[in-house]
Write a protein that binds this ligand. Sequence first.
Ligand SMILES: Cc1ncc(COP(=O)(O)O)c(C=O)c1O
Length: 308
Amino acid sequence: MLVDSTIQLIENTPLVELKNILSGEGKLYAKAEFIQPGGSVKDRAALHIIKDAYESGKLEKGRLVVEMTSGNMGAGLAVVCNLFHNPFTAVMSEGNSPARVKMLEALGAGVVLVSQVDGTPGRVTGKDIEAAIEKAVALAEEKDGFYVDQFNNLSSINAHYRGTGPEIWNDLDGDISAFVAAAGSGGTFVGTSKYLKERNSSIFCATVEPAGARVLAGYPITDPKHVIQGIGYGIQLPHWEPELVDEYLSVTNEEAVRYRELLAHKEGLFVGFSAAANVCAAVKLVECGKIGAHPKVVTVLCDTGLKY
Ligand SMILES: Cc1ncc(COP(=O)(O)O)c(C=O)c1O
C-alpha cells in the first residue's frame, strides 16, 4: 500500500475479530483505532475539526490552535496541525499520564499542565477537566488562538457519522446486531450510532460508563477517581443524544484492568483502559442474551496501551 501523506493513515481502520475473548456464541469485532498516527480514535475528530475550521474560514495557516485534552485529542491535533502548518498548544490536567506529555512534546506541541482540583495522578475528575478547560479558553483568548472546544464542536460527531459508521457498515455488509462505545466527548458513540441506526434502526447501541461515574445513565457519582482515562468525566455532554442509547452499560476499575490484560495476553492487543472497558461491556451485552443467540457486536479499541 502506498500513501502520499500521513493524513491517509487517519480513518479506514480495520475491524479485528476478538475470537479468543468471546467464549460463547456470537461474534465480537473491535475497530483498531489505536493504529492511527496519534495513537487513538481522536485522530478522526482532530482531522475533521481542523479541515472544517479551514473550510469555514475560522482558521488559517500559521494561527495557533489551542485545546484542553486528556492527551489523545492533543496527539491527534499535534499530528494534524503539523501537516496543516499550525502551531498547537495542549492544555492538560497534570493527572493524565506523563507518557502523553512526552508524545505531545515529541510532536512539537506546546504543553500547559493544570494542577488537579480533586483527582489524583492517573485519575482525572470532572472538576480537573473543568479547570483545564478554563485555562485553555483563557490561553486561546490571550494568544488569539483557535480554540477547538471538542465537547461542543460538531465536527467531532460528524467525523464518526461520515467515517466510523460507514466503515463498520461496509466491512460487515450491514450485518450488525450491536454497537458498544464509551463516551468522552460522546463523538464516537453519537456519530457512529446515528449513522448505524439510520441504516438499520434495529441495531442495538449501548454506551459504557465507569461503574462509579454513571451520569449519562442518570445515577449520582460515587467514584469520580476511576482508572478509565479519556471517558466518564461525570459531566453532561452538550451533544449527547439519549434517544440513540438502547442500554447504559458499566464497567468497574477491576474489570477494565482485567480486560486490558486479557486483550494483551489472548489477542496480542496492547490497548488502553477505555478500549478494555468497551470490550468488557460488549462481552457482558452478548452474555446477557438480550441481543439474540448469535449476535454480531462491534466495539472500539480507542487507544494504544503505550500512553499509560
Ligand atoms: C482513551 C479514550 N477513550 C475514549 C475516548 C472517547 O472518545 P469520544 O470523545 O469520541 O467520546 C477518548 C476521548 O478523548 C479517549 O481519550
